[in-house]
Design a protein around this ligand. Structure first.
Ligand code: HEM
Length: 505
């Protein structure tokens, strides 16, 4: 067949395919698409500049489910009634697939799609169950870091940056062992691996107007500079390969040492207790293991843990400084527990008011709409009859759930740190009233670890310092599009108290 005939046949097939797909879509009873003024732009500007107002207005007018036109595609937003359906139908709605458009982790690490599924989650479940084996070293490293970074007191200019380092060191201890806890280069990579990429990740996806793949490839290219290319420039810090090379260089000798040890003493020898060892065990073939694979799994866990934990630790410290009226009651609990030694899990579990304070921090500082899931089946019919087609990204109006009176009790817009203490709801418990960690089968497996880490950090900070803002001014989270991020414009003051002696086990 000649090329012209080929082209005509190809175009005919393409048009038929698009027509068939669209005609099939036309049959769906889609959620109402909120009218917009400007074609192509749709709701994009309001979504990014006045998200809270836009979503509130749409909820009032359209209720539980509606669609918006943002960055060249229709997205659907659901509220508290339909949200459990998203998590329950995890084969239809996939968080990882939707999140990959924003944070293409497999591509960053040159791995096939879904390469990191399951192993990361199952490792975290194991780690959570053995958390009591991690508590001592986490406390030791937290106290050391706080001493080094704040010492006799400090005014913190950029609290999030500071708390990234506070969390990074105990995470080095938990992930690869205490042997590397004084390695500043490694601590820096743990602290900054995620936030350094934010420069690229937070660029609004204008290229999605053409096609989502173009924006995704732009991020991948932007962050893809090698350490060698980038070391001498500011770009070094924006490159995913840079931190990957540092981490691999640091852990490779440790892996080799452990493999030799196991070879010498056989499988019966007591393995190290840390995430690295779990990954070695998961991927070793005899007494060899692919160091690149183990490194990449560590990196995925760093991406999942350090930035999230430091963000909520920052929010926690800011909420503490914001609410003078609750400080005494929270402090009393910490002082009663303090005996100068390290805490075991039972003692950490006694920090019930602090736990409730953390749950309230997680509740109040949730993004406005978040937990986007991609529809994987040909379509999905919600229990109220509305249908969404394959490929549709469905967001959850998380703030609506977290500010709902029926779910949260009285005055849901107010920060009440003891709200969950009274209802006996621990911070790590996921249910329909707290979705910061997701819900259902794929809910965050690292949540107990995260809560305990944040709790210990807050416990030591509260005991050691009077924490306040300049002129006792309230620090509100910054809203960037649909996201809430810690405010880095307001400084935090840490004044050292006359505490007897801070334990350094
Ligand atoms: C405050 C801190 C944290 C927050 C807010 C958070 C939040 C989340 C969320 C929302 C998800 C997706 C849930 C879903 O698919 O429905 C998730 C997944 C995950 N998180 Fe966390 N996380 C935190 C800390 C951690 C820590 C400390 C670790 C590990 C040490 C961790 C490891 C993971 C892993 C491995 C997954 C993937 C689970 C899967 O695909 O089944 N997270 N996390």
């Amino acid at each position: 067949m000649d090329p012209i005939a080929n082209l005509v046949l190809g175009l005919t097939l393409l048009i038929t395919f698009i027509w068939l797909r669209n005609s099939q879509r036309l049959k769906l009873t889609e959620p109402p698409l909120v009218p917009y003024k400007y074609p192509i732009i749709g709701h994009t500007i309001e979504f990014y500049t006045e998200n809270e107002t836009l979503i509130k207005k749409c909820r009032e007018e359209y209720g539980e489910i509606f669609s918006l036109y943002v960055f060249g595609r229709v997205i659907t937003i659901v509220g508290k009634e339909l949200c459990p359906e998203i998590f329950k139908n995890h084969e239809t709605f996939d968080f990882g697939d939707a999140h990959r458009d924003i944070f293409p982790i497999d591509d960053f690490l040159y791995r096939p799609r879904k390469f990191f599924r399951n192993v990361s989650a199952s490792t975290q479940i194991k780690v959570s169950k053995e958390f009591n084996l991690y508590t001592e070293r986490i406390q030791r490293q937290l106290i050391k870091t706080i001493d080094e970074l704040i010492g006799d007191g400090k005014v913190l200019q950029s609290p999030l940056k500071f708390f990234q380092y506070t969390i990074a060191r105990p995470m080095v201890a938990a992930m690869v062992g205490e042997e590397l806890c004084d390695d500043e280069e490694l601590i820096n990579s743990f602290a900054c691996a995620t936030s350094d990429l934010m420069t690229y990740l937070s660029i609004p996806p204008f290229l999605n107007f053409i096609h989502p793949v173009i924006h995704k490839n732009f991020i991948i290219c932007g962050t893809g500079a090698t350490a060698r290319d980038a070391r001498k420039t500011r770009k070094a810090r924006l490159s995913n390969k840079f931190h990957r090379e540092v981490i691999k260089r640091k852990v490779a000798p440790i892996i080799e040492k452990r493999m030799n040890y196991m070879k010498k003493l056989g499988d019966a020898c007591a393995p190290q207790v840390d995430m690295l060892q779990h990954f070695i065990n998961a991927f070793r073939k005899g007494y060899t293991v692919d160091v690149d694979v183990v490194t990449d799994f560590l990196i995925v866990n760093i991406f999942a843990s350090v930035h999230n934990m430091s963000t909520f630790l920052t929010f926690g410290v800011q909420e503490f400084a914001n609410h003078l009226q609750f400080q005494k009651e929270l402090l009393d609990e910490q002082e009663k527990l303090y005996d100068g030694s390290t805490y075991n899990l039972d003692q950490i579990n006694k920090m019930k008011k602090l736990d409730s304070f953390i749950r309230e921090t997680l509740r109040m500082n949730i993004h406005i709409v978040t937990l986007e899931h991609k529809t994987l089946s040909s379509h999905y019919t919600f229990s109220n009859g509305y249908q969404v087609p394959e490929g549709r990204i469905v967001y959850i109006h998380a703030q609506g759930i977290h500010y709902d009176e029926e779910l949260q009790g009285q005055n849901p817009h107010e920060f009440n740190p003891f709200r969950h203490f009274e209802r006996n709801l621990p911070a790590a418990r996921i249910d329909k009233s707290l979705i910061t960690f997701g819900l259902g089968k794929h809910a965050c497996p690292g949540r107990c670890f995260a809560i305990n880490g944040i709790k210990l950090a807050l416990h030591f900070l509260l005991l050691k310092y009077n924490i306040r803002t300049i002129n006792d001014e309230k620090v509100m989270a910054k809203i960037v599009g649909p996201y809430k991020v810690p405010n880095s414009d307001k400084r935090l003051i840490f004044e050292k108290k006359n505490l007897k002696k801070m334990a350094l086990p």
